[in-house]
Design a binder for this molecule. Sequence first.
Ligand SMILES: C[S@@+](CC[C@H](N)C(=O)[O-])C[C@H]1O[C@@H](n2cnc3c(N)ncnc32)[C@H](O)[C@@H]1O
Length: 358
Amino acid sequence: MNRQGLLNVNSDSLELACPTCRSSLDLAASAARCRLCDADYPIEEGVLCTGRSSAFLGEFDTAGMRGFVRRARESGWRKAAADMSREHPAIQTILLGQERAGFMDIMNPPERRSALDLGAGMGAISLQLSRYFDRVFALDQTFERLAFLKVISDQEGASAIRPICHWDVFNLPFASNSLDAVVMVGVFEYFPLSYPELSIEEVQVRALTEIHRVLAPGGVLFLATKNRFGWPNWAGAKDNSGLRFGPLLPRWMANRLSQILLGTPFRVVTDSLHQYHTLLNQAGFTKLDVYWPVNGYQASRSWINLDSQTETRLGIAQYSSSALKRQALSVLEAMGIAKYLVPHFGILARGTPSEAEL
Ligand SMILES: C[S@@+](CC[C@H](N)C(=O)[O-])C[C@H]1O[C@@H](n2cnc3c(N)ncnc32)[C@H](O)[C@@H]1O
């Protein structure tokens, strides 16, 4: 029996529920058991496994990630990450970035009992969220990434973090109306890969509807992602699947192109401002605020409210590295279309209002 398993996924995790029948779970050292349907979910290396997936997204393959976990245990996670960032520069931002939870300034959730970091990856955001919330559920489909996060949370003494391995975002392992915040940074675009048999729009709406179910009254979803029509795409930047101009094309055409050029269907998708509004509305989110993370959605110091002209102008000044760029973006702003073309969005979507908000 792994005593460490008990460490973070413990009996005060009231929000947890069976993903199959949604009844309460009894948590023990090495497993969680559903009180109603008797389903057993193992706790391995301190990670509660309610639904493991063989899919792997990230900088490393499974063996590489295992090696990274070992090095983090042996030499400390910060040193292992700093060493690794020489080979994989993205690690510098993803793991060591100081502003991973910079969005907390705009999110400002009224209650701070529990948060879900959905698609937590290696958990740098969960670590920062653990300073604000009593319990942070770090959920990801990739076991090895969560094993790394467990090492981080042990070494940092971040006992609020509860890593959960789970892939089915239509059936999250949480009770209805239980979480104060759900955070999804660079994750929503990948969900269609998990359900290859369904249409992209159906996957998106069902996932958002499930998130709406688990949010407590007054709770808030923070969704950070790329803009399909962001200006880097018009300049030919590669999208998440490695295709240039793919996001700008109609989906059927991007799919055809992706099949020909990359040999895979076009299933890692981004949307426009209008499309994100529509999807969130369909899932029951009615009150939205849209921000532009000027330094990129992964780690921004500056979050610009796109409904404010003054703030948008400030964002353009901060973003522009040259006078020419500033002039071009100022023209877009004067035409009233800059908000539709910024590279990234941070969207705050409020769930059911609390009694105080009514
Ligand atoms: C680009 S990473 C972002 C990680 C993290 N949010 C961050 O910003 O550091 C996307 C993550 O989403 C996870 N993911 C994708 N689809 C998922 C699904 N259906 N269920 C759970 N996790 C998923 C991947 O395993 C991956 O760790």
